[in-house]
Design a protein around this ligand. Structure first.
Ligand SMILES: [Fe+2]
Ligand SMILES: [Fe+2]
Length: 273
């Protein structure tokens, strides 16, 4: 199964999309499996983290919105695990082995930096708990948006089935981001919740800035060569920061300073929300 590195790269360089494992070099297949697993595990862990908020959301309409978002995330996970199954990954075994771990979250006061602390492949922001309604809202506002910026590269990437799957996921993430924006305006506009909103924003902004990976990382260079990513990690982070900066100026939130600790950042931070 598969083709040589040269054959695989020649196809990518022609601008063709790969459609099956038979067209991939082993390097491409392994890189793709790694990135798809990060997204799949993050989607599932993300959905699990929202579940209690069906009960805790303010009002019946918001409960419905949260239930919808949970459904979206589990759907995204299903689609992503399906792509992995197509590549020969034993998805049933992976999910069985990690299911209870994926539901696990750390204490809200923990600071993980960029560490991953379990054997699943979720992006590390999905270890932090959603403890308050403001957490839910600012997670949508920051992380779903950050994931959206990363998915932007996938939309124009070299693996056909992933680019097509991402279109529907992207639309649903936009709805989550929009939900975040509506509630951020409410929380910031109400003197009773304004200070908590600022504090909660700072927490999730810093955590989201940490997901994008180190500029110029070796893995990013490889992923770009394979057109599994199109931009440098630093460029994607900057696009996110610029967008959030503009929204914050409009709504009256101040953006905290973010200090990169490059040595601690994951080489290949990737995806979702
Ligand atoms: Fe998602
Ligand atoms: Fe989402």
């Amino acid at each position: 199964m598969g083709v040589s590195v040269e054959q695989c790269l020649a196809k990518i360089d022609r601008g063709d999309r790969l459609e099956s494992a038979a067209e991939m070099s082993e390097e491409y297949r392994q890189s793709l499996i790694h990135l798809l697993t990060m997204q799949a595990d993050s989607e599932l862990a993300g959905g699990y983290g929202y579940v209690p908020w069906i009960m805790r959301a303010p009002g019946v309409e918001e409960k419905h919105v949260v239930a919808q978002i949970v459904k979206d995330e589990i759907r995204h996970a299903t689609v992503m695990y399906g792509l992995l199954a197509d590549l020969g990954v034993d998805v049933a075994d992976h999910v069985r082995a990690h299911d209870s771990i994926l539901a696990m979250r750390v204490d809200s006061h923990a600071d993980l930096g960029t560490a991953r602390i379990t054997s699943d492949k979720r992006v590390n922001i999905f270890y932090y708990p959603i403890d308050t309604w403001a957490d839910f809202v600012f997670f949508n506002f920051c992380m779903d948006r950050g994931a959206g910026h990363q998915l932007e590269d996938v939309r124009h990437g070299s693996y056909g089935p992933w680019t097509r799957a991402i279109e529907g996921i992207f639309k649903e993430e936009k709805f989550h981001i929009r939900h975040g924006e509506v509630w951020v305006a409410r929380l910031v506009g109400d003197p009773a919740t304004r200070d908590d909103a600022q504090r909660t924003f700072e927490k999730w902004y810093i955590r989201t800035m940490n997901i994008f990976g180190r500029p110029g990382s070796a893995k990013n260079v490889l992923y770009r060569r394979l057109r599994l990513k199109l931009r440098d990690n630093g460029e994607v982070r900057q696009a996110f920061a610029d967008e959030v900066g503009g929204l914050c100026r409009a709504v009256g939130l101040s953006v905290p300073a973010w200090h990169p600790v490059w040595e601690e950042l994951p080489e290949d931070a990737h995806i979702p929300g």
